[in-house]
Design a protein around this ligand. Structure first.
Ligand SMILES: [Zn+2]
Length: 138
């Protein structure tokens, strides 16, 4: 395995680990996904499947976030995308003209931490893939 591939794999695994704790997906499924295996259907016995954990509907916010990912060309990191959604005026946003995007500032009512958790959620559900420095829809 080349050095680059090793790094890529490590980043991939790290991302999977980060997402393991906080998502609305069957724990067994998540765990097996971490080991690159698939579980058919839900296990019906973990805290998620048995309903012990309350699920929240974040689809509207997820749409806002994914829209920002697309509008920034799927090549920026999650912090940048979150900055766009939150309407940050940092130099990078201005430089790329991202303050002119439709999604700019549409999520400023929520905290940076909230958006970060949502990103983890979306990664956990396989909606987005996070490379070291950019984001891709999946
Ligand atoms: Zn389960």
């Amino acid at each position: 395995m080349t050095k680059q591939k090793e790094i890529d794999k490590a980043v991939q695994n790290l991302n999977k680990m980060i997402t393991f704790a906080g998502v609305n997906v069957c724990r067994r499924k998540q765990l097996l996904r971490y080991f690159d295996e698939d579980h058919p259907g839900d296990c019906s016995s973990c805290d998620i499947c048995s309903g012990q954990t309350e699920l929240t509907d974040v689809s509207t916010d997820a749409r806002k976030l994914l829209s920002a990912v697309v509008r920034t060309g799927e090549r920026f990191g999650c912090l940048h995308v979150i900055d766009v959604v939150r309407g940050s005026q940092n130099a990078k946003i201005i430089k790329f003209g991202h303050d002119c995007l439709k999604t700019y500032g549409i999520g400023k009512d929520k905290s940076q931490k909230y958006w970060r958790a949502l990103v983890d959620e979306l990664i956990g559900q396989g909606c987005v893939i996070q490379d070291r420095d950019k984001f891709t829809l999946y």
